[in-house]
Design a protein around this ligand. Structure first.
Ligand SMILES: [Fe+2]
Length: 384
């Protein structure tokens, strides 16, 4: 699964590692806006031999996040889009067209390329619902905690939200054991201080830190969690990207309210959320600072069991009828070719528990794994 930010739209030097700028310049060197620009940027990324190999060896279930279009994209604009770059609708159309040209995905509806939300069934074991939280129904990001509380702000849009609710019902009625939701931005709250979510009290729920995630769309979050609660749905698992760091969380509407959620027992938790780090994009680049930030935000967020804000890497999901488990593997460096990695952490939800618990070891590799594709006999050079 790739949850987005496959490319970045920025100009040379705006985002990539300065130490690698000469070795790995971006193409085109300017910020990408037109269809030709977006096509060239994908071609540039695909010159990476490792990226070519991962596509040669593995199928992808992918979805865009914001940077496939522009930073902090929403339905009708983006933080990184200004009127002098033209109409946002044109840029969005160009970005989406290039996405389908370059990524291993077909449009669900050929007449509507924006309609990327879709579901996958893996027998009785699981359903996977992939969402768009960017381009279809997202209202513009707010700037303050108080604005985030506004009732009529939407992240998915009515049509997608209704689709998701129907899919959850369908997944349960067909007897799927796990209901996975793959999406971009963190669903669970991230606040300064764990405080009960008291309506009309300015500090209720704590001070949100990131209005681009579901924290900025509390109407939508409440709607989804209330639906899961009302359905009495067990075994919902939220899979998240975007934030370039590793997180394991209980999913609960009001983590700061001891009457509604028990941080030690998981009482009141409705689901679990696992957040994957980025493969190459930076998180907090200074380890001491990252560890300090983690040491503060874990106790300040009762539902948050673990966060690593420094390492790049990936997450392996092991899904059986008994558990849904996430194993995080981290890399020592992405600045030079190096295949060393280490097991960082593991958390799982036991079936019916709807809460995360730590496991001490990663799952064993699959006993019967398909063999890898044989080495390529010739390489096709991709030019821009
Ligand atoms: Fe990103």
């Amino acid at each position: 699964m790739h949850l987005g930010d496959y490319i970045y739209e920025y100009a040379q030097g705006k985002y990539n590692d300065p130490a690698l700028a000469s070795e790995r310049p971006v193409d085109p060197p300017h910020e990408i806006v037109t269809l030709a620009d977006y096509r060239r940027r994908y071609a540039c990324y695909r010159q990476d031999a490792d990226l070519q190999e991962v596509h040669r060896q593995h199928p992808f279930i992918c979805v865009w996040d914001d940077h496939e279009i522009a930073n902090d994209a929403w339905m009708n604009g983006a933080e990184n889009h200004s009127p002098d770059q033209g109409d946002f609708a044109d840029r969005k159309r160009a970005a989406v067209k290039a996405y389908y040209e370059w990524m291993p995905i077909r449009p669900v509806r050929p007449d509507n390329k924006l309609r990327i939300y879709r579901s996958f069934q893996f027998g009785q074991l699981m359903s996977l619902m992939m969402l768009d939280t960017r381009l279809i129904g997202r209202d513009e990001q707010v700037k303050t905690t108080w604005d985030a509380r506004e009732r009529e702000r939407h992240l998915l849009g009515d049509e997608q939200q209704n689709w998701l609710f129907d899919e959850l019902e369908h997944s349960r009625s067909r007897g799927a054991q796990w209901h996975l939701i793959g999406q971009q931005v963190m669903l669970s709250p991230l606040t300064l201080g764990t405080l009960p979510d008291t309506p009309n009290w300015p500090l209720g729920g704590g001070i949100q830190l990131n209005y681009d995630q579901w924290d900025g769309y509390q109407t939508s979050r409440r709607a989804l969690l209330n639906r899961i609660d009302a359905m009495g749905l067990d075994n919902a698992v939220i899979l998240t990207g975007d934030i370039h760091s590793s997180w394991a969380m209980d999913v609960t509407l009001d983590p700061g309210n001891i009457l509604k959620y028990g941080p030690l027992t998981g009482r009141g938790s409705l689901a679990v959320e696992f957040v994957t780090p980025a493969v190459t994009s930076p998180a907090i680049p200074e380890k001491t600072l990252a560890d300090l930030a983690a040491a503060y935000i874990v106790p300040a967020n009762a539902h948050l069991k673990w966060v690593d804000l420094f390492h790049r890497g990936y997450m392996v999901l092991d899904i059986t009828p008994e558990h849904c488990k996430a194993d995080w593997f981290h890399l020592h460096t992405v600045s030079q070719p190096d295949d060393r990695e280490f097991f960082a952490r593991s958390y799982f939800a036991a079936t019916g528990s709807n809460r995360v618990r730590q496991a001490s070891t990663p799952s064993a590799p699959k006993a019967i794994a398909p063999s890898l594709a044989p080495a390529a006999t010739h390489l096709v050079e991709i030019s821009s």
